[in-house]
Write a protein that binds this ligand. Structure first.
Ligand code: ADP
Length: 445
């Protein structure tokens, strides 16, 4: 439907197209994940490696020492609290630091150590004695670029000779000036302008080109073209690195245009399962009854922390109010909040400052709060056509592999329609969802 959306009438003023929403959504989600995550995700899966030259030996490292990093950088790595390379870093780092440098396409879910890996590669490859840009890193948004910049600053803490500059809209430089910083990080549009129109950067001197969050990047058509135009200005010898959390066909096509002769590393996402979850449903007639059922559940069992999902902001706001009146400490996550505000709410919840997190479906998509033992679907997850959103259901209540603790999921049903959705979810996963009588709660523990 690409062509139809291209010819469609412009949206009413002030409204954005769904494409833009989708892109904003992806970028916001990615930022949210970065803001709330302060450690690696657990993974039991093995990396899959496709080497450009399958005959060359494949190196992987179990320690940062083996990489023979500059002492200042090793110090930086340890100061960040990293003891050993993550799964993806074990293979990606030796490839990126090899001589001659190798090109790489790497895919793994967020939180697996990609950013730390390419930051280390950039810092290792610059020569601080040369006062001109040698590494370019493009990110889909200003905020994401800033986050990566922070990692560069942290890791380069003991290597202050290396300087960093942001190629982002609003960062206006004097005409004719030449940048002295070794690393430039920014968004594709400004980066391209700085390389071609304004010539603040001499692209022929770039040694490392990083394209981060390729899946978010290609959601914006302009970004794709701009990135390719930057790439074409770089010398053949420049190391090209591309990272992505997901790998659809479109990402792959783009990746191949950005990175010639790549090594490829993939790490499968940890599978989520419902096997360790007790699933229930409660039959009600309206939202007030659902709220009463919720109170009964709270009266009957001890809930350390719960997440409650609602379909609309209005319901979420209402429910949070009612729960507070009942004396619960409630955190509310809602769509109108800035990403930073959302991250702050999630962080407080994660630290146990609030025991209940009420959120809209959209808001909490893609976030992991691992320690939550009870998940309540105050409204069942549905897609925009009103069909069951099985993927969201699974992500919300499912647990990953052997790290999963036992959990409890309670679904509130308040109409024939939602009963139908529940049945379809049950069929889809082929896992029984038991009926729960909230006036007689002996059965759940
Ligand atoms: P990604 O780019 O894949 O989302 P990051 O590089 O941002 O992943 O890493 C996720 C989190 O894990 C960050 O908080 C980062 O500081 C931390 N981290 C990265 N590499 C390591 C490591 N080797 N050891 C411990 N923590 C790490």
């Amino acid at each position: 439907t690409d062509s139809s959306s291209a010819t469609a009438k412009p949206e009413a003023e002030g409204e954005k197209s769904t494409d833009d929403d989708d892109k904003d959504d992806k970028a916001a989600q990615s930022l949210l994940n970065k803001l709330i995550r302060n450690n690696l995700v657990n993974t039991t899966n093995q990396v899959e490696v496709l080497q450009k030259d399958p005959n060359s030996p494949l190196y992987s490292v179990k320690s940062f020492e083996e990489l023979r990093l500059k002492p200042q950088l090793l110090q930086g790595v340890y100061a960040m609290g990293f003891n050993r390379p993550s799964k993806i870093q074990e293979t990606a780092l030796p490839m990126m630091l090899a001589e001659p440098p190798q090109n790489l396409i790497a895919q793994s879910q967020s939180g697996t150590g990609k950013t730390a890996a390419f930051v280390l590669a950039m810092l290792s490859h610059v020569d601080p004695n040369n006062k001109y840009p040698q590494c370019l890193c493009v990110s889909p948004t200003y905020e994401l670029a800033l986050q990566t910049g922070k990692v560069i600053e942290q890791m380069g803490k003991y290597y202050p000779e290396v300087k960093l500059v942001y190629a982002i809209r609003g960062n206006k430089l004097q005409r004719g000036m030449k940048l002295q910083e070794q690393i430039v990080i920014g968004t594709p549009g400004t980066m391209l302008d700085w390389c071609s129109k304004f010539k603040f950067i001499d692209p022929k001197k770039i040694r490392v080109f990083v394209l981060d969050e390729a899946d978010v990047m290609i959601a914006t058509q302009g970004h794709q073209d701009q990135s390719i135009r930057i790439q074409r200005m770089l010398p053949k010898s420049c190391q090209m690195l591309l990272f992505s959390a997901t790998f659809e066909e479109s990402v792959w096509n783009f990746a191949q245009r950005i990175v010639p002769d790549p090594n490829i590393i993939k790490l499968k996402r940890e599978e989520e399962t419902l096997d360790t979850i007790k699933q229930y449903y409660v039959l009600c007639n309206c939202k007030e009854e659902k709220f009463q059922a919720l109170c009964n559940i709270y009266g009957a069992i001890t809930i350390a922390q719960a997440m409650i999902f609602c379909h609309t902001r209005k319901t979420a706001g209402w429910l949070a109010g009612e729960l507070s009146r009942e004396g619960h400490q409630v955190a509310l996550l809602s769509g109108e909040m800035q990403v930073e505000q959302r991250a702050a709410v999630i962080e407080r919840f994660r630290d146990g400052k609030e025991k209940v997190l009420v959120t809209t479906n959209v808001c909490a998509r893609g976030i992991d709060v691992e320690q939550v033992s009870v998940v309540i679907n105050f409204d069942l997850p549905v897609d925009k056509d009103g069909n069951p959103d099985n993927e969201t259901y699974l992500h919300r209540i499912g647990r990953t592999g052997r790290f999963g603790k036992r959990g409890l999921a309670i679904n509130m049903v308040d109409s024939k329609m939602s009963m139908n959705i529940l049945n379809r979810i049950q069929e889809h996963f082929n896992k029984k969802i038991e009926k729960l009588d909230t006036d007689d709660l002996d059965e759940i523990e």
